[in-house]
Ligand binder design. Structure first.
Ligand SMILES: Nc1nc2c(ncn2[C@@H]2O[C@H](COP(=O)(O)OP(=O)(O)OP(=O)(O)O)[C@@H](O)[C@H]2O)c(=O)[nH]1
Ligand SMILES: [Mg+2]
Length: 234
Protein backbone atom coordinates (compact mmCIF):
# COMPACT_ATOMS: atom_id res chain seq x y z
CA UNK A 1 0.00 0.00 0.00
CA UNK A 2 1.51 3.37 -0.92
CA UNK A 3 2.33 5.60 2.00
CA UNK A 4 0.52 8.92 2.38
CA UNK A 5 2.43 11.93 1.12
CA UNK A 6 5.12 13.29 3.46
CA UNK A 7 3.48 15.38 6.15
CA UNK A 8 6.23 17.94 6.72
CA UNK A 9 5.12 21.44 5.66
CA UNK A 10 8.72 22.45 4.90
CA UNK A 11 10.66 19.52 3.47
CA UNK A 12 14.39 20.29 3.28
CA UNK A 13 15.48 21.66 -0.09
CA UNK A 14 17.75 19.10 -1.80
CA UNK A 15 21.20 20.23 -2.94
CA UNK A 16 21.91 20.42 -6.68
CA UNK A 17 23.80 17.10 -6.44
CA UNK A 18 20.89 15.44 -4.62
CA UNK A 19 18.45 16.80 -7.22
CA UNK A 20 20.59 15.33 -9.98
CA UNK A 21 20.77 11.96 -8.17
CA UNK A 22 17.01 11.93 -7.58
CA UNK A 23 16.35 12.84 -11.23
CA UNK A 24 18.52 9.92 -12.27
CA UNK A 25 16.73 7.56 -9.84
CA UNK A 26 13.39 8.72 -11.24
CA UNK A 27 14.34 7.12 -14.58
CA UNK A 28 13.85 3.68 -12.96
CA UNK A 29 11.94 1.19 -15.11
CA UNK A 30 10.92 -2.37 -14.41
CA UNK A 31 13.26 -4.79 -16.19
CA UNK A 32 12.42 -8.31 -15.11
CA UNK A 33 11.42 -10.61 -12.28
CA UNK A 34 12.91 -14.01 -11.43
CA UNK A 35 12.35 -16.66 -8.81
CA UNK A 36 15.74 -18.23 -9.43
CA UNK A 37 19.19 -16.91 -9.92
CA UNK A 38 19.84 -18.48 -13.30
CA UNK A 39 16.75 -16.74 -14.67
CA UNK A 40 18.33 -13.32 -14.09
CA UNK A 41 19.91 -11.75 -17.17
CA UNK A 42 23.70 -11.33 -17.05
CA UNK A 43 24.33 -7.57 -17.00
CA UNK A 44 27.42 -5.41 -17.29
CA UNK A 45 26.19 -2.38 -15.36
CA UNK A 46 26.53 -2.00 -11.58
CA UNK A 47 23.68 -3.59 -9.63
CA UNK A 48 22.59 -2.54 -6.15
CA UNK A 49 20.53 -4.98 -4.08
CA UNK A 50 18.01 -3.94 -1.44
CA UNK A 51 17.94 -6.62 1.25
CA UNK A 52 16.48 -6.99 4.71
CA UNK A 53 13.94 -8.70 6.87
CA UNK A 54 10.42 -9.04 5.61
CA UNK A 55 8.44 -5.84 6.14
CA UNK A 56 11.59 -3.75 6.79
CA UNK A 57 10.56 -1.32 4.05
CA UNK A 58 12.68 -2.37 1.04
CA UNK A 59 10.01 -1.91 -1.63
CA UNK A 60 8.84 1.36 -0.06
CA UNK A 61 12.42 2.67 -0.02
CA UNK A 62 12.79 1.85 -3.73
CA UNK A 63 9.52 3.62 -4.52
CA UNK A 64 10.55 6.64 -2.44
CA UNK A 65 14.03 6.88 -3.92
CA UNK A 66 12.71 6.56 -7.48
CA UNK A 67 9.74 8.84 -6.70
CA UNK A 68 7.39 6.31 -8.24
CA UNK A 69 4.46 5.13 -6.18
CA UNK A 70 3.97 1.69 -7.70
CA UNK A 71 7.33 0.59 -9.07
CA UNK A 72 8.07 -2.01 -6.38
CA UNK A 73 5.21 -3.72 -4.58
CA UNK A 74 4.99 -2.46 -1.01
CA UNK A 75 2.47 -3.97 1.34
CA UNK A 76 1.30 -4.12 4.94
CA UNK A 77 1.32 -7.89 4.56
CA UNK A 78 4.83 -9.25 5.10
CA UNK A 79 6.24 -11.53 2.43
CA UNK A 80 4.82 -9.46 -0.42
CA UNK A 81 7.96 -9.55 -2.54
CA UNK A 82 8.67 -13.15 -3.50
CA UNK A 83 10.90 -12.76 -6.52
CA UNK A 84 14.04 -10.84 -7.36
CA UNK A 85 12.77 -7.78 -9.21
CA UNK A 86 15.18 -5.74 -11.29
CA UNK A 87 14.75 -2.08 -12.23
CA UNK A 88 17.02 -0.29 -14.69
CA UNK A 89 18.29 3.26 -14.26
CA UNK A 90 19.47 5.50 -17.05
CA UNK A 91 18.51 8.56 -19.02
CA UNK A 92 17.23 8.49 -22.60
CA UNK A 93 16.46 4.79 -22.52
CA UNK A 94 20.08 3.91 -21.66
CA UNK A 95 20.98 1.61 -18.79
CA UNK A 96 23.74 2.67 -16.42
CA UNK A 97 22.73 0.78 -13.27
CA UNK A 98 20.21 -1.69 -11.90
CA UNK A 99 18.35 -1.81 -8.59
CA UNK A 100 17.33 -5.23 -7.28
CA UNK A 101 14.41 -5.60 -4.85
CA UNK A 102 14.87 -8.86 -2.98
CA UNK A 103 12.29 -10.80 -0.99
CA UNK A 104 12.56 -10.26 2.75
CA UNK A 105 13.76 -12.96 5.08
CA UNK A 106 12.72 -13.92 8.59
CA UNK A 107 8.96 -13.91 8.06
CA UNK A 108 7.66 -16.46 10.56
CA UNK A 109 4.58 -17.56 8.59
CA UNK A 110 6.59 -18.80 5.59
CA UNK A 111 6.96 -22.61 5.53
CA UNK A 112 10.44 -23.74 6.59
CA UNK A 113 11.25 -25.39 3.24
CA UNK A 114 10.51 -22.12 1.43
CA UNK A 115 12.61 -20.17 3.92
CA UNK A 116 15.59 -22.45 3.46
CA UNK A 117 15.20 -22.41 -0.32
CA UNK A 118 15.02 -18.65 -0.31
CA UNK A 119 18.00 -18.19 1.98
CA UNK A 120 20.03 -20.33 -0.39
CA UNK A 121 18.94 -18.32 -3.46
CA UNK A 122 19.80 -15.12 -1.66
CA UNK A 123 23.21 -16.28 -0.44
CA UNK A 124 24.04 -17.49 -3.97
CA UNK A 125 22.89 -14.19 -5.41
CA UNK A 126 25.05 -12.20 -2.99
CA UNK A 127 28.10 -14.38 -3.52
CA UNK A 128 27.92 -14.94 -7.26
CA UNK A 129 26.07 -12.07 -8.94
CA UNK A 130 28.97 -10.69 -10.93
CA UNK A 131 27.82 -7.12 -11.47
CA UNK A 132 26.71 -6.66 -7.84
CA UNK A 133 28.38 -3.41 -6.79
CA UNK A 134 26.43 -2.48 -3.68
CA UNK A 135 24.09 -3.78 -1.01
CA UNK A 136 21.59 -1.62 0.85
CA UNK A 137 20.41 -3.41 3.97
CA UNK A 138 17.15 -2.11 5.36
CA UNK A 139 16.58 -2.59 9.03
CA UNK A 140 13.73 -1.48 11.28
CA UNK A 141 15.64 0.09 14.19
CA UNK A 142 12.89 -0.89 16.62
CA UNK A 143 14.05 -4.48 16.10
CA UNK A 144 17.76 -3.84 15.41
CA UNK A 145 20.03 -6.05 13.35
CA UNK A 146 18.86 -9.63 13.84
CA UNK A 147 20.57 -12.97 13.48
CA UNK A 148 19.66 -13.27 9.78
CA UNK A 149 20.91 -9.73 9.07
CA UNK A 150 24.20 -10.64 10.71
CA UNK A 151 24.38 -13.89 8.74
CA UNK A 152 23.89 -11.88 5.56
CA UNK A 153 26.65 -9.47 6.56
CA UNK A 154 28.94 -12.49 7.01
CA UNK A 155 28.00 -13.76 3.53
CA UNK A 156 28.95 -10.47 1.88
CA UNK A 157 32.02 -9.76 4.03
CA UNK A 158 34.55 -11.23 1.52
CA UNK A 159 33.02 -9.15 -1.26
CA UNK A 160 33.02 -6.02 0.92
CA UNK A 161 36.74 -6.63 1.42
CA UNK A 162 37.05 -6.70 -2.39
CA UNK A 163 35.25 -3.38 -2.78
CA UNK A 164 31.51 -4.13 -2.63
CA UNK A 165 29.82 -1.05 -1.13
CA UNK A 166 27.41 -1.52 1.69
CA UNK A 167 24.91 0.77 3.42
CA UNK A 168 22.50 0.12 6.30
CA UNK A 169 19.32 2.20 6.20
CA UNK A 170 17.43 2.34 9.49
CA UNK A 171 13.90 2.54 8.14
CA UNK A 172 10.66 3.95 9.58
CA UNK A 173 12.75 6.49 11.51
CA UNK A 174 9.51 8.50 11.86
CA UNK A 175 8.44 6.02 14.51
CA UNK A 176 11.34 7.03 16.78
CA UNK A 177 11.96 10.21 18.76
CA UNK A 178 15.21 12.11 18.32
CA UNK A 179 17.00 10.46 21.23
CA UNK A 180 15.88 7.00 20.09
CA UNK A 181 17.11 7.75 16.57
CA UNK A 182 20.54 8.75 17.87
CA UNK A 183 20.73 5.62 20.01
CA UNK A 184 19.62 3.33 17.15
CA UNK A 185 22.23 4.93 14.90
CA UNK A 186 25.10 4.36 17.29
CA UNK A 187 24.09 0.75 18.05
CA UNK A 188 23.73 -0.08 14.35
CA UNK A 189 27.11 1.55 13.60
CA UNK A 190 28.72 -0.73 16.15
CA UNK A 191 27.05 -3.80 14.61
CA UNK A 192 27.42 -2.95 10.95
CA UNK A 193 31.05 -3.98 10.69
CA UNK A 194 32.34 -0.74 9.24
CA UNK A 195 29.47 -0.22 6.77
CA UNK A 196 27.79 3.16 6.54
CA UNK A 197 24.55 3.58 8.50
CA UNK A 198 21.87 6.21 7.88
CA UNK A 199 18.41 6.97 9.22
CA UNK A 200 15.63 6.75 6.64
CA UNK A 201 11.93 7.51 6.62
CA UNK A 202 9.81 7.23 3.51
CA UNK A 203 6.96 8.89 5.38
CA UNK A 204 8.94 12.00 6.41
CA UNK A 205 11.42 11.88 3.51
CA UNK A 206 14.23 11.68 6.03
CA UNK A 207 17.58 10.49 4.66
CA UNK A 208 16.24 10.25 1.09
CA UNK A 209 18.68 12.76 -0.41
CA UNK A 210 21.62 11.16 1.38
CA UNK A 211 20.64 7.68 0.21
CA UNK A 212 20.18 8.96 -3.37
CA UNK A 213 23.64 10.56 -3.29
CA UNK A 214 25.15 7.35 -1.91
CA UNK A 215 23.64 5.34 -4.81
CA UNK A 216 24.76 7.88 -7.40
CA UNK A 217 28.30 8.02 -6.05
CA UNK A 218 28.51 4.24 -5.98
CA UNK A 219 27.57 4.01 -9.65
CA UNK A 220 29.87 6.88 -10.64
CA UNK A 221 32.79 5.21 -8.87
CA UNK A 222 32.06 1.60 -9.89
CA UNK A 223 34.75 0.08 -12.10
CA UNK A 224 33.56 -0.20 -15.69
CA UNK A 225 34.11 -3.38 -17.70
CA UNK A 226 36.72 -2.81 -20.42
CA UNK A 227 35.12 -1.69 -23.70
CA UNK A 228 34.78 -4.41 -26.32
CA UNK A 229 37.92 -4.25 -28.40
CA UNK A 230 37.50 -5.05 -32.07
CA UNK A 231 39.91 -7.79 -33.19
CA UNK A 232 42.91 -6.40 -35.02
CA UNK A 233 42.91 -7.12 -38.75
CA UNK A 234 45.08 -10.10 -39.65
N1 LIG B 1 5.85 4.66 9.17
C1 LIG B 1 6.52 4.16 8.14
N2 LIG B 1 6.09 3.01 7.55
C2 LIG B 1 6.82 2.52 6.53
C3 LIG B 1 8.00 3.16 6.05
N3 LIG B 1 8.52 2.41 5.05
C4 LIG B 1 7.68 1.35 4.89
N4 LIG B 1 6.65 1.42 5.77
C5 LIG B 1 5.54 0.45 5.88
O1 LIG B 1 6.06 -0.84 6.21
C6 LIG B 1 5.30 -1.86 5.55
C7 LIG B 1 6.23 -2.77 4.76
O2 LIG B 1 6.83 -2.06 3.70
P1 LIG B 1 7.41 -2.79 2.40
O3 LIG B 1 8.14 -1.72 1.64
O4 LIG B 1 6.39 -3.57 1.70
O5 LIG B 1 8.47 -3.79 3.09
P2 LIG B 1 9.41 -4.88 2.38
O6 LIG B 1 10.69 -4.85 3.14
O7 LIG B 1 9.49 -4.64 0.91
O8 LIG B 1 8.62 -6.22 2.71
P3 LIG B 1 8.72 -7.67 1.97
O9 LIG B 1 8.59 -7.44 0.50
O10 LIG B 1 7.60 -8.42 2.58
O11 LIG B 1 10.04 -8.24 2.35
C8 LIG B 1 4.26 -1.14 4.70
O12 LIG B 1 3.04 -1.09 5.42
C9 LIG B 1 4.84 0.26 4.53
O13 LIG B 1 3.87 1.25 4.31
C10 LIG B 1 8.41 4.39 6.69
O14 LIG B 1 9.42 5.02 6.36
N5 LIG B 1 7.62 4.82 7.72
MG1 LIG C 1 9.06 -5.88 -0.65
Amino acid sequence: MPLPRPSSAHPPVPSAAAREALGWLHTARFLTTAAQLHHLPALQVPEIAFVGRSNAGKSTAINTLTQQTQLAFASKKPGRTQHINLFTLGRQGGMDAVLADLPGYGYAAVPLADKVRWQRVMANYLVSRENLAGVVMLCDPRHGLKELDEALLEVIRPRVEQGLKFLVLLTKADKLGRAEQAKALSIARLNAGGGEVKLFSALKRQGVDDAALWLRRLVDEAPRPPPDVAPAPA
